[in-house]
Design a protein around this ligand. Structure first.
Ligand SMILES: [Zn+2]
Length: 214
């Protein structure tokens, strides 16, 4: 992958770094769980056809009670025919204590682009950016990943909901242990009932049914 300097030089005005808050302001929000009218995308790095956005995740609410702490995450968007489309959550830790946030975000985006075969420059991305249907919520998404609870291929929004669920850690650890034991086809511990109720189509592909009856 090209370096940040090369990308800046080659993309010229197609490279932009937007900063809406300082690192200290973000830290104060995280400490105080403060979400009063703050912009929730403090940094955006746009490089040609890819961008990386640092997002303050204010978490899910249940009966007005927050179910998880305020946290930071990275999100990737892809530009197709001049329009920015949401692509995926990048599961790298957001580290604020770095000498240069811009360089750090470029590092995370480059690594992600390399893994996914995405390009800053060319229209190579187009073939990788077919709209797909999330097997859980049935919304369209450019990217799907396998659920940790069952074998459904699901969109970034559903991944996020899954991660926020109380049973996620167990599902994650059980899956990881199965793979460690050589079981690469482990079907998951099953979708928790409350999530299954939330998505009327979801139970059709729970592992009890072997996922084949749709
Ligand atoms: Zn979904």
């Amino acid at each position: 992958m090209p370096t940040l300097d090369e990308v800046k030089r080659d993309l010229a005005t197609d490279y932009r770094f937007h900063q809406k808050m300082s690192v200290d302001e973000i830290k104060i929000i995280l400490e105080n769980e403060d979400m009063s009218g703050n912009y929730n995308v403090p940094f955006v790095l746009e490089a040609g056809n890819l961008d990386i956005e640092m997002v303050i995740d204010f978490g899910e609410y249940l009966n007005d009670v927050r179910t998880e702490p305020v946290s930071l995450e990275y999100f990737c968007c892809v530009r197709i025919d001049g329009e920015w489309e949401s692509y995926d959550i990048i599961f790298d830790d957001v580290i604020l204590d770095v000498p240069d946030i811009e360089a750090e975000m470029f590092r995370v985006l480059s690594k992600y682009a390399e893994e996914k075969g995405l390009s800053f420059f060319s229209d190579k991305n187009v073939g990788r950016c077919e709209m797909q249907t999330c097997e859980r919520c049935k919304n369209s998404s450019l990217t799907l990943r396998m659920s940790f609870f069952n074998t459904q291929m699901i969109c970034p929004a559903c991944i996020k909901t899954e991660k926020a669920h109380a049973g996620y850690q167990e599902a994650h650890d059980t899956e990881t242990e199965a793979v460690r034991q050589g079981d690469y086809n482990f079907p998951g511990i099953g979708l928790p009932e409350d999530l299954a109720r939330r998505y009327p189509h979801a139970h059709l592909k729970g592992h009890e049914e072997n996922g084949e009856n749709e």
